[in-house]
Write a protein that binds this ligand. Structure first.
Ligand code: NAP
Length: 938
């Protein structure tokens, strides 16, 4: 009889460990912060456990992991053990947790409860029901496979035999070895018999098996006579048997009678030196894989392409209504999408089934990993119907993600309900390029706008209430109420101490202030005529554009004329969009200037003591909301500042988090509101200056319809049929109107970023018109110009656009700002007017001159400019189409959003509260109360 070849676990483990070391080094090169962390929780002081844990710690250290041995006394309780595990679950430096069994505890402890308490994402022992379930179902890539069976599989593979089609038997059905071993062999296509203590005719089953794995803890139980000639025998057993010939008096044997089995087997593992050494290396490999998931190491071949998890669309012609398209797709549960894109369960909170808020901790976790490419989608000067920027942003993201296999995020603004119920209707994109469920996108979302409204109006109420109390109370009474005695003690609040500091009063004991200091501290003396902080509501309610407040009897006839703005025009919305985290938001809120005192000094939100209350109300808004496109790729919806008096771009944090999640080869497509002269200019000069991010590509969306309008075609009016010329071929008008697109391409080039033109096609466009735009765009300096059909075909219709964007992203970018931030305010305005709008010069009213000087003297001259101008023309006059040149841009007035961090010059009149038309969109919105199905949102 021949003797079976020995499958040495010692040798294989050594070479696997060396290979792992190389992989760990590569991961560290991809992300300098990369450091896998393994924690072993041990209860009591069993000597065998001490040896096993010590060995695990040693190997982890050799591989450069963080190794934490958490030892609890045998007297500990179950709740102490669970609390220890919870702490490790939350610890971002730990990526693998194991509970060393058996538990050596004096108190009754449910060991199953302990092992399943480990977060499934850190369960490197593979004992969590989620991991065991995944393995049972054949998901070998995203589950953690228990280490011993994984080591056994490596040993079997190292024999060179093919597992597929072989008959295998596994003896022992424990959760840690036998059961997962049977699953592993099954999914490697062996025909598996699972045996245990109640199995009858075990010898006969073994006799038929090409592969035998035994894990029962019974010394040398498996005899040679049972073994099929040429079988592979894997022995997991570790049993100590008395042996007086050894120094220790015992020796280790397996569950296999080695001598007799070796004669029949083709390959056999020894004990010791077989399965044992493999288990520890597999534990390290699991920990390494877990850490890679945590750090989102995209250079690894194991990083999952989001393409695999996209949902296919069945495209219909003609394209059904947006709501029908939205409803025809079943969205993925958002928790699944979150998992697909590598979010940890602790990093998101569910808002129903299809929306989740994502924690800013993701950015911290992935801080050192490589970001993806950054693409901004903007447009030419649009018709009042819009040219499909959101639709193109989503279509491009779908094309890149679901069709070209590049992990891609779309980052969009949250629409105002004013729009949804007013003129334009829902704003989730359109056709087969939209965010779903579109009802949830358009209505309430996760309540951010409501929170902003609440915070905004709290500050407005604080202003008027303070003026009333200052009016009605004598100095002493006012001071006494602002600093009341509580439990015999008078104390300043934190915000009051900050105010004292600003007033250069260094005292902290309220009793020590002089009468003069008390008056200075208590009286804000707000000049009602200077108040710029308005109330807001997220409804197009034109009758609130000018209102009188304070008409109640108790206000003693102190009325004041003021106004409501739409909530998205509030400074708090701009603050949300520009904040980098909650702390930054709090500081920005503290800088808000609501008006001036009677001596012309600024009065801030902090002077009113309302900063933290506002931050509390805004707390959850700082997290972006995760949703999905019709094709199941991820979308962040976050912030929606008005694009005229504010900067019209979605949030900085959403872009930042998305850039990390997509990984080095991925893309983030973010949309800038209105035309490139407004949204893109503000994107670069305000948002990018603020975030430090530099885009790789600009996509300018154009349409035949808009070019015809710029080329002299009649006016486009929402709610009315398009004049017939828009439905007939006119190369002449397209060529004439191209002047606007040419100017916007030039505008993008001022920032040194390559431009791709996306021609959003409509059914009435002719191929000659589309090709003409392509030719003209390329000769005007665009890197490429692509005909897109994403509205009617989804991501497939944007594949060429995606390819052009990928190529353009590889071009060297020489990004630069349009102006030096230190340039005086008026000069910055002139640079924008002349370079971007094509004006010959600017003219300032006396008022605008005066305010500019005041802002300079207040130290606000270093803020960027946020032009408040019509988006319907490159000039201030909405009727001037194309690329007008001979005009002087009139600056009527200037305002400061000190909290948001920009100065906004008013060019012409800007409505901050839209009105409702005769037949608003709400007329068509319906709900079936039985099914709760909503109709009419487009
Ligand atoms: P376990 O939880 O005690 O399970 C033993 C299994 O064996 C049970 O399913 C039991 O059947 C079955 N069994 C017991 N006697 C049997 C018999 N005479 N015939 C058929 N089946 C029998 O053990 P475990 O944790 O899986 O460990 C098994 C062995 O592997 C031990 O020696 C352990 O030290 C070793 N081990 C080694 C490593 C390593 O790193 N090398 C790791 C883990 C375990 P029932 O279910 O019907 O009771």
């Amino acid at each position: 009889m021949s003797v079976g070849a020995v499958l040495s676990g010692t040798k294989l483990a050594k070479s696997l460990k060396e290979a792992l070391l190389v992989e760990v080094d590569a991961a560290r090169r991809a992300n300098t912060a990369f450091k896998p962390g393994l924690a072993v929780v041990q209860i009591g002081d069993r000597s065998d456990s001490n040896v096993y844990v010590g060995h695990k710690m040693k190997v982890a250290n050799e591989l450069g992991f963080k190794a934490e041995h958490v030892k609890l006394a045998a007297s500990c309780t179950e709740s102490e053990i669970l609390a220890t595990i919870e702490k490790l679950n939350e610890d971002n430096s730990i990526h693998g947790i194991i509970v060393q069994l058996p538990l050596d505890c004096l108190n009754h402890v449910d060991s199953l409860k302990c092992t399943t308490h480990v977060d499934a994402a850190k369960d490197v022992d593979g004992l969590h029901p989620l991991n065991a379930g995944k393995l049972a179902q054949g998901d070998l890539s995203s589950s953690f496979i228990p280490c011993t069976p994984q080591g056994c599989l490596e040993l079997i593979k190292s024999s060179g035999i093919s597992i597929s089609g072989k008959s295998a038997c596994v003896i022992g059905r424990s959760k840690i070895v036998g059961s997962p071993m049977a699953d592993l062999l099954k999914w490697n296509h062996a025909t598996v018999t699972m045996c245990h203590s109640k199995t009858q005719d075990l010898d006969k089953i073994v006799k038929q098996s090409d592969i035998v794995v035994i894990a029962i803890g019974s010394p040398q139980m498996l005899k040679g006579e049972w073994i099929k000639e040429g079988a592979v025998v894997i022995d997991c057993g570790i049993n100590s048997v008395p042996d007086s010939t050894t120094v220790k008096g015992y020796r280790l044997v397996g569950d296999v009678d080695y001598e007799s089995c070796a004669e029949k087997a083709s390959f056999i593992t020894p004990v010791p030196g077989g399965v044992g050494p493999m288990t520890v290396v597999m534990l390290m490999r699991n920990t390494f894989e877990s850490a890679k998931r945590f750090y989102n190491i995209s250079t690894s071949a194991s990083m999952r392409s989001w393409k695999e998890t996209s949902i296919p669309v069945e495209v219909k012609t003609p394209v059904p209504s947006d709501i029908q398209v939205s409803r025809s797709q079943t969205p993925k549960p958002i928790a699944r999408l979150a998992e697909d894109i590598g979010l940890l369960p602790s990093e998101y909170s569910l808002y129903g089934k299809y929306k989740a808020k994502v924690s800013l901790d993701v950015e911290k976790r992935l801080a050192a990993s490589v970001s993806g490419s950054y693409v901004v989608v903007t447009g030419i000067t649009p018709t009042p119907l819009g040219e499909g920027k959101s639709t193109t942003s989503i279509g491009l993201a779908q094309g890149l993600c679901a069709h070209l296999g590049r992990n891609t995020f779309a980052c969009l603004r949250q629409p105002s309900q004013g729009v949804t119920f007013g003129i334009k209707g829902g704003a989730a994109g359109g056709g087969y390029s939209q965010v779903i469920p579109m009802e949830e996108f358009n209505l309430h979302l996760t309540g951010d706008i409501h929170a902003i409204t609440a915070a905004n109006n709290l500050l407005a109420a604080a202003i008027d209430a303070r003026m009333l109390h200052e009016r009605n109370q004598a100095d002493n009474a006012l001071y006494g109420r602002l600093v009341p005695e509580i439990k015999g003690q008078k104390k300043f609040s934190k915000s009051q101490l900050r105010r004292l500091k600003r007033l250069e009063i260094s005292k902290t004991n309220p009793a020590e202030l002089t009468d003069e200091e008390r008056v200075k501290f208590s009286r804000l003396n707000i000049d009602p005529d200077t108040i710029t902080w308005q109330r807001v509501v997220d409804t197009n309610d034109r009758h609130l554009r000018k209102i009188t407040i304070g008409q109640g009897d108790l206000e003693n006839g102190h009325t004041r004329t003021t106004q409501y703005d739409i909530a998205v025009a509030s400074e708090l919305m701009a603050i949300l969009a520009l904040s980098s985290d909650l702390e930054d938001m709090q500081q920005r809120i503290g800088r808000i200037v609501i008006g001036q005192d009677t001596e012309g000094g600024p009065v801030s939100a902090d002077d009113l003591g309302v900063v933290d209350a506002l931050t509390v109300l805004m707390k959850d808004t700082v997290q972006p909301t995760l949703m999905q496109t019709v094709e199941g790729s991820p979308v962040f919806v976050h912030a929606g500042p008005f694009a005229n008096i504010a900067h019209g771009n979605s949030s900085v944090v959403a872009d930042r988090i998305a850039l990390k999640l997509v990984g080095a080869d991925g893309f983030v497509v973010t949309e800038a509101g209105f035309g490139a002269d407004i949204g893109m200019e503000k994107f670069f000069n305000i948002k990018c200056r603020n975030s430090g991010l530099q885009p790789n590509v600009v996509v300018i969306v154009a349409s035949v319809r808009a070019l015809k309008m710029h080329g002299g075609a009649p006016k486009v009016t929402p709610g009315q049929n398009l004049p017939s010329v828009y439905n007939e071929q006119s190369l002449e008008m397209v060529e004439k109107g191209f002047s606007n697109l040419a100017k916007q391409i030039q505008n993008a080039s001022y920032f040194g970023v390559p431009v791709v033109v996306a021609i959003n096609t409509f059914a009435s466009d002719t191929m000659e018109e589309l090709e003409l735009i392509q030719r003209l765009s390329r000769s005007a300096g665009a890197f490429d110009a692509v005909i897109c059909e994403h509205f009617s075909k989804g991501g497939l219709g944007a594949v060429q656009l995606g390819e052009a964007v990928i190529k353009a992203s590889k071009l060297p970018s020489s990004f630069k700002f349009l102006y030096d931030i230190k340039t005086p305010l008026v000069d910055k305005i002139r640079i924008i007017a002349q370079k971007i709008y094509g004006a010959t010069d600017i003219s300032l009213t006396e008022q605008a001159e005066k305010v500019a000087q005041k802002y300079e003297s207040m130290g606000l001259g270093n803020l960027p400019i946020c032009m408040a101008k019509t988006h319907l023309s490159l000039s201030h006059n909405p009727d001037l189409k194309g690329a007008p040149t001979d005009f002087i841009l009139p600056i009527r007035d200037m305002r400061a959003s000190v909290g948001a961090g920009f100065i906004y010059p008013l060019v012409g009149s800007i409505a901050t509260m839209p009105g409702l038309p005769t037949r608003p969109c709400f007329v068509d919105i319906e709900i079936d109360p039985k099914t709760q199905v909503i109709d009419g949102l487009f």
